[in-house]
Design a protein around this ligand. Structure first.
Ligand code: PLP
Length: 405
C-alpha cells in the first residue's frame, strides 16, 4: 500500500518548542492531569484581553472585510504602519514597502522562501526564536548561529558574528527585544551589527515584535533607523502588544537601499500575491492599535501584571541554589541558567521532561532555542503571580534531589 511521509525538505527542520515534551504534556492533559504552562507566549489563556477598542475595530468592520484585499493589505493599515515606523526613524519610500501578514510567522517563512538557494547562509542568534532557524532550513539555507552573551546582558557577541560570516552569508537576523532572553539592545551594539552588515553587504532582518513591551524606562532603537544605506526588513505585529495573538495581525517593512534588492522584492511580491492577502478583518485593527504609543503601559509599570510577574519570577529563580537568571527588560520571557554540573544534566530536554512528569509544570529546554549547552531553559511569565510562585516553589523542591543519570 502507498504511504506518505513528510518531505525530505522537512527532515532537517527542528521545531522543538512544540516537540516531544509538549506531546507528553498533551498526553497527560488528555488523562485529566492539570498542567501549569510556562511554555508559550500566548497572552489570552492567562486572562490578558485585547483592549475593547481593538475588538470594536474588528467587529465594526466585519462587513467591510468579506472580500480579499490587495496582496499587501488595505491602505489604512499600511498608512498606519508606515507612520509608526517612520516615527521610529526608518527611511521607507511608500506604502508599497509595507506587507501585512497572518502574523509575523507567515512573513518570516516568506522572506526566507524568497531569498535562499540551497546552501546559502543566514546569521541567527543563539538562543533564537526557533521559527527563524526552521524557516531558513525549510528554504534550503543554513542557519549559522552567533552567540548572545549572558555575561553581557545577553547582547550579541559581535566578534562571534564576524567569525561566522562566509562568502555564502546573505543576511543577519536580529531579534530585539529578544525572545527568549528579554534583552533590549543598546544603540552601540546595533551600530556594531550595522557595521558588520555594511562590511559584508548583508540584508538585515529585524524582528521587533516586542518593541512596545518595554520595562524600566529602556528605549528601543530600530536597527533599520541606523542603516538607511542598507536593505533592511523589519517585522512587527499585534499578537503580543495587543494581546491578540489569535487575530494574526503582523507586517513587515522594507527600508533603506532597495536598489540592492530589486529582484528579491519582485520575488516577495510574487509570494505575497500567491497567498492572496492576510486576514482582512485583522488588518482593520491595525490603525486603531497604532494610535498613540500602542503599548499596554499599565501592565509594564510597577503594579502592572507583566512588571510584577517579572519581579516575582526573577527573584524566585535567583533564590534557588544552582539557578541564575539575567533580568529581562522587555517582553515576558526569562532564560535562566541551571548549573548542569551540579545536577549532572547532560540532556536539557530530559530535564524539562522529568520536571513535567513529576511536578506537572511545563517549561521549554534551551536546546529548543538552538542553545548548544544543556544548561538553560525558558519560562514564559504570563501566568498569574500565584501560579508562578507555586511553580518556582516546585522547581526548588524538585532540584533538591534531582540528579540526571
Ligand atoms: N517573532 C518572535 C520573536 C516571537 O516571539 C513570535 C511569537 O512568539 C513571533 C515572531 C510570531 O508572532 P506572530 O504571532 O505575529 O506570528
Amino acid at each position: 500500500m502507498r504511504t506518505f511521509s513528510k518531505s525530505s525538505k522537512l527532515n532537517n527542520v527542528c521545531y522543538d518548542i512544540r516537540g516531544p515534551v509538549l506531546d507528553e504534556a498533551d498526553r497527560m492533559e488528555a488523562q485529566g492531569v492539570k498542567i501549569v504552562k510556562l511554555n508559550i507566549g500566548n497572552p489570552a489563556p492567562f486572562s490578558f484581553n485585547a483592549p475593547d477598542n481593538i475588538i470594536s475595530a474588528m467587529t465594526d468592520n466585519l462587513r467591510n472585510a468579506q472580500g480579499y484585499s490587495t496582496s499587501k493589505g488595505i491602505a489604512a493599515a499600511r498608512e498606519a504602519i508606515i507612520n509608526y515606523h517612520r516615527g521610529k526613524g526608518l527611511s521607507i519610500e511608500s506604502i508599497n514597502d509595507i506587507y501585512t501578514g497572518n502574523g509575523v510567522s507567515e512573513l518570516i517563512v516568506m522572506v526566507m522562501q524568497g531569498l535562499l538557494d540551497n546552501g546559502d547562509e543566514v546569521l541567527v542568534p543563539s538562543p533564537d526564536y526557533p521559527l527563524w532557524t526552521a524557516a531558513i532550513t525549510l528554504a534550503g539555507g543554513n542557519a549559522v548561529h552567533y552567540v548572545c552573551d549572558e555575561q553581557a546582558e545577553w547582547y550579541p557577541d559581535i566578534a562571534d558574528m564576524e567569525k561566522k560570516v562566509t562568502p555564502k552569508t546573505k543576511a543577519v537576523v536580529i531579534i530585539n527585544p529578544n525572545n527568549p532572553t528579554g534583552a533590549v539592545y543598546p544603540k552601540e551594539v546595533l551600530e556594531d551589527i550595522v557595521k558588520l552588515a555594511r562590511k559584508h553587504e548583508l540584508i538585515i532582518f529585524a524582528d521587533e515584535i516586542y518593541d512596545r513591551l518595554l520595562m524600566d524606562g529602556v528605549e528601543h532603537t530600530s536597527i533599520a533607523s541606523l542603516a538607511p544605506d542598507l536593505f533592511c526588513v523589519t517585522f512587527n505585529g499585534l499578537s503580543k502588544s495587543h494581546m491578540a495573538a489569535g487575530f494574526r495581525a503582523g507586517w513587515m517593512v522594507l527600508s533603506g537601499d532597495k536598489s540592492r534588492a530589486k529582484g528579491y522584492i519582485e520575488g516577495l511580491n510574487m509570494l505575497s500575491s500567491m497567498r492572496l492577502c492576510s486576514n482582512v478583518q485583522a488588518q482593520y485593527i491595525i490603525p486603531e492599535a497604532l494610535k498613540g504609543s500602542g503599548a499596554p503601559e499599565k501592565e509594564l509599570l510597577p503594579g502592572g501584571r507583566i512588571y510584577e510577574q517579572r519581579e516575582c519570577i526573577c527573584s524566585m529563580l535567583n533564590d534557588i541554589d544552582g539557578i541564575s537568571a539575567v533580568k529581562p527588560k522587555a517582553a515576558f520571557y526569562i532564560f535562566p541558567k541551571i548549573d548542569a554540573k551540579r545536577f549532572n544534566i547532560t540532556n536539557d530536554e530530559q530535564f524539562v521532561l522529568d520536571f513535567l512528569k513529576e511536578k506537572k509544570i511545563l517549561l521549554v529546554h534551551g536546546g529548543g532555542f538552538h542553545w548548544e549547552n544543556p544548561d538553560h531553559f525558558r519560562i514564559v511569565y504570563l501566568p498569574e503571580r500565584k501560579d508562578l510562585e507555586f511553580a518556582m516553589g516546585e522547581l526548588r523542591n524538585f532540584l533538591k534531589d534531582y540528579r540526571q543519570n
